[in-house]
Design a protein around this ligand. Structure first.
Ligand code: URA
Length: 448
């Protein structure tokens, strides 16, 4: 950490005028911000200047480094095995962590997972975990390591001790329109993942209407930046570019996504969810040293679902973290939302688009997400889709069912749903779920 003092306004001006900051300057800024010596209004201005002018590779790496060292970097070397985690850039209906972590852990690959809450229209793993009655994601770092050693996996929330700069910057970016920036997203993701004490990382970089990167080329640039930073820090890093042009699976909302994840773990998951899950899990199994190639890892991933070992692992972790396993085995015992409504098709034809952003916002409006940081969420609220892109529907047929405990939220949710579906006479072309893999060797087309 730098001991030099810099004038903060000069640093902001330098970035505003399109110049690059030195490593020392970035380190000073992040350090002072974490210590509350730089106020949010100055940091907001710096974030916007960085958003507009970008950052070069050296700045992005310096930003990650400073954010990583803003808190403790965990040392998990006492736990045997290569520790492998996965991170997604955020999507709608993205419940993959809940399925793949127990698959990978069931083969003895330790998965130390520190996750976030919902951001904007996207859901967060932590909120999903907490919809399981009793499931506790707040813990000391000692307990975090003990659970990891015992179960080969742990699902925890971010603490003040690990990457505190990201915790503060993440919240500030959310309310200053500075989320969708490649270097800022890269610094955010990589600082907290590297602080977890991992040896390797798999990234799910999403593109499309429900992703922060709408365009494939931006997602590709983000993936390349993330992989370059990971490799620079000596961690084997593999990224996949995956399609977020419609919600993943059929269920969106915290408990609803837990239900769909449990179905996935028991062999009844939706095709799109399971295709990406097995690819990411297979890669993690390979990086953890339990398979020689990704294809072998994918086969093992399928097997862990078929023989029940992954679901058993999930139940073991849930019990360890204080959660009620009975609701996971029998969904009818869960305290479901009191009210529901159907949203129907206005015309007949093929569904050609489902705007994932609008579905995410409609679910948030029902109580599944937050409008302000301090809002409580309704764990049972959310949306169930009855159809996906390519389905033929008749006018008046339900497209989705919305669930909520507060009936007054229905109208604002419907305002988003009105924009969500495009129905046409022609059947749409099928699109790939996973287009590319990015690793230290470069970019590779998947399935082509
Ligand atoms: N996920 C993160 O962890 N950080 C971001 O900035 C965006 C998505």
């Amino acid at each position: 950490m730098s001991t030099k003092g810099y004038n903060i306004v000069s640093l902001i001006r330098k970035k505003r005028d399109g110049h690059s900051l030195t490593r020392d300057e970035i380190s000073y800024l992040i350090d002072q911000y974490t210590k509350d010596e730089v106020p949010d209004y100055q940091m907001s201005s710096f974030l916007m200047a960085s958003f507009l002018n970008g950052m070069d590779e050296d700045e992005a790496s310096a930003l990650t480094h400073s954010m990583l060292h803003s808190g403790r970097v965990l040392d998990l070397s006492e736990i045997p095995g290569k520790k492998v985690d996965k991170h997604s850039t955020g999507g709608v209906g993205d419940k993959l962590s809940l399925i793949l972590a127990p698959i990978v852990a069931s083969y003895g690959v330790p998965v130390p997972m520190i996750s976030g809450r919902g951001l904007g229209h996207t859901g967060g793993t932590l909120d999903k975990m907490e919809s399981i009655p009793g499931f506790n994601v707040d813990m000391t770092l000692d307990r975090y390591q003990n659970i990891l050693a015992k179960c080969n996996m742990v699902m925890a929330g971010q603490t003040e001790e690990v990457a505190p700069a990201d915790k503060r910057l993440y919240a500030l970016r959310d309310v200053t329109a500075t989320v969708e920036s490649i270097p800022l997203i890269a610094g955010s993701i990589m600082s907290k993942k590297l602080a977890e004490g991992i040896d390797a990382l798999v990234l799910d970089v999403k593109f499309g209407s429900g992703a922060f990167m709408k365009m494939h080329e931006d997602a590709q640039e983000l993936a390349e930046t993330l992989v370059a930073i990971g490799e620079d820090f000596g961690k084997e890093t593999v990224a996949y570019l995956t399609n977020m042009n419609q919600p993943l699976g059929y269920k969106v909302g915290n408990w609803l996504e837990v239900e769909e994840s449990m179905e996935g773990l028991q062999g009844n998951g939706p095709d799109d969810v399971m295709e990406i899950t097995h690819m990411l899990a297979g890669t993690m199994i390979m990086l953890g040293g339990k398979a020689d190639i990704v294809e072998e890892g994918i086969e093992m991933s399928h097997e862990a679902v078929q023989n029940g070992q992954a679901f058993d692992k999930w139940l073991e972790l849930t019990e360890e973290q204080g959660g009620d396993t009975s609701v996971l085995k029998d969904f009818s015992t869960y305290d479901h939302a009191e009210h529901s409504f159907d949203f129907t098709a206005r015309e007949s034809g093929y569904i050609s688009e489902i705007d994932a952003y609008s579905i995410g916002m409609a679910s948030l409006e029902l109580g599944a997400g937050r409008k302000r940081k301090e809002d409580d969420i309704d764990p049972a609220a959310g949306i169930e889709l009855h159809h996906k892109i390519g389905s033929k529907v008749e006018k008046g047929q339900p497209l989705i069912t919305g669930y909520m405990n507060d009936k007054s939220l229905v109208e604002s949710s419907k305002n988003y749903l009105k924009e969500a579906f495009t129905i046409k006479n022609e059947e749409p072309e099928e699109t790939e779920m996973i287009t590319h893999r990015v690793d230290r060797e470069g970019i590779h087309t998947i399935g082509g």
